[in-house]
Design a binder for this molecule. Structure first.
Ligand SMILES: [Zn+2]
Length: 48
């Protein structure tokens, strides 16, 4: 799900919610199509 570039650079290559390949897409734009609860977050963005 995550590719590593160097020792501290990581990048989502697959949406953790719907599994869509994000390598050729703007990840932040796609992620905004989901709600925080899709990622297992509370509405305040805290990991449960
Ligand atoms: Zn998605």
């Amino acid at each position: 799900m995550i590719e590593r570039f160097g020792h501290d650079k990581i990048r989502l290559v697959e949406c953790p919610v719907c599994g869509r390949d994000l390598r050729d897409k703007k990840v932040s734009f796609h992620v905004e199509s989901h709600t925080p609860t899709d990622f297992g977050l509370s509405p305040k963005g805290v990991i449960q």
